[in-house]
Ligand binder design. Sequence first.
Ligand code: DGI
Ligand code: FE
Ligand code: FE
Length: 194
Amino acid sequence: MKKIKKYLKKHLTKDRYHHTLGVAYIAVALAMRYNPDTRNSDFIKKAEIAGLLHDCAKCMDNDKKLKICDQNKIPYSSIEASHPYLLHGKVGAYIATTKFNISDDDILQAIIWHTTGRPNMSLLEKIIFIADYIEPSRRPIQELDEIRQMAFIDINKTMEKILSNTLKYLETKGNPIDKMTQKTYDSYAKLVLK
Ligand code: DGI
Ligand code: FE
Ligand code: FE
């Protein structure tokens, strides 16, 4: 844990480091709330590690992100190629594996999918996705405090709400929407309506 924090301090901006600590903290709180096995705290520990590492590649140059993907045969879409910041999850998981020997697939997948989400997310994936959005230092977003409460009550409804807000935000900004973000929203909208 010390080694991870030292790396993050060195490679992230001050604000990004602060955000990362916030995500780890909230991920731990959500993991306590939704822990599937209260006989041990493995799940809570995994949430802390995934929270700390989720943005570890965020401040890397775009060219370097693309280079790492190319060199390691990490596939990416045309939207990811033109907007390489979308790749910081995939590259982050690569760093988690190579620099910190993280082999737990649940942690790696939570890092990979934290920006766009995906249909049928694992509990840990949803926790990191949500913690990223609601952590205390996030700039105020519409309905943020309502979503913060919802997160501790109904995790799938919270996913639907965040994805719907993100799509609206991307539309108003005229940013292209990654196919996966749309697919994720569709799947949670369907799930919540059921
Ligand atoms: O890395 P963070 O800023 O903590 O959070 P993040 O990894 O969720 O990235 C946030 C940004 O990613 C936010 O401005 C919305 C954007 N995003 C999410 N889905 C898509 C997207 N951007 C584009 N262009 N297309 C998407 O589908
Ligand atoms: Fe991120
Ligand atoms: Fe983040």
